[in-house]
Design a protein around this ligand. Sequence first.
Ligand code: 5AD
Ligand code: SF4
Length: 362
Amino acid sequence: MEPERIFKKAESGRPLNREELKTLLTLEKEDDVSRLLEEAYRVKLAAVGKKVYFRGIIEFSNICEKNCLYCGIRRDNGSVERYELPEEAVLAAAEFASSRNYGSVVIQAGERSDEGFVSTVEKLLKKIKKASSGKLGITLSLGEQSEEAYRRWFEAGAHRYLLRIETSSRELYKRLHPKDHSFDGRRKCLELLKSCGYQVGTGVMIRLPFQTYDDLAGDLLFFREADVAMIGMGPYLPSGNTPFGKLTEKDFPISEDPCSLAIKMIAVARVFLRDVNIASTTALQALNPKGREMGLKAGANIIMPNITETRFRPSYQLYDNKPSVDENAVECVKRLEEAIAAVGEEIGYGEWGDSPHFGKKK
Ligand code: 5AD
Ligand code: SF4
């Protein structure tokens, strides 16, 4: 089908199929790609508006029990200096977010499931909630956990949870992870999170080794089927000290530049899913200093500025050359505000910025 007919179909409320999604993802000609971005921007304005919401990221700890083959803080990477932020540093970052009128913060860390970790997070949540008189929204990005942990954290004040599926292809998932990591386990966690009452976000990495356009179309279908409120996707970026860091170009079936592909993926997600929140992620900025603004122009509406104290940032490197490791939060926000104004958008200060999709479900 022609792109214009696909846009019309999406506009009429009928879900796109795998072939149609693939047609959009593989558009190559400059005019066709511009048209896709234009359509995605139009849908964004109609479905979620022109406001960008900030989620301040707090990189709480880089200690991880898992060993994903692509990730720089995987358990077996002995060259990483491990840390867990002291309570004061987390509370200070949350206070910074409140004082700057951010709607919410994201607490992100490597995966740990011991009781010590679960209760530390629980205590932090209660303290952040109390300090901000319940105003600051709190999102968690702490991986796969037991139902009990998810419930305790929800009761302590977290209301959103990000858990990327990484890829919706079971076969590809297997190639990205060691044998003891389970695709079904991850899917089950997404269900558990929803049943606990969280607003759930998921996402994938784009242009992974062994990944095809067909896989990416499948990812978009998965987002719809999983009925999530938020999407966070970014390009895969190599990390030298990992098994995947040793792969070469021949291991990537997609030859397209990862930044352009990630931008297209955001645009197609917007055209297909309409009213969800979509993040313009740091990984995009790693490939292009203007990557995050390009994401906004392609339909994203969420930006996640890093508000972790600068001295801890060099140790939280999921991939090489992560941007803003030495830029403090104030500088970072100033630059972002300018960039957002430059693309003609405004920041939704002081609002949680739930996706209209989540509102409808409730
Ligand atoms: N490149 C890009 N993203 C990565 N992540 C982990 N390692 C990499 C990498 N090498 C992403 C995963 C994870 C999120 C926290 O970071 O998608 O869910
Ligand atoms: Fe741990 Fe997440 Fe990295 Fe996997 S991707 S090794 S779970 S931090």
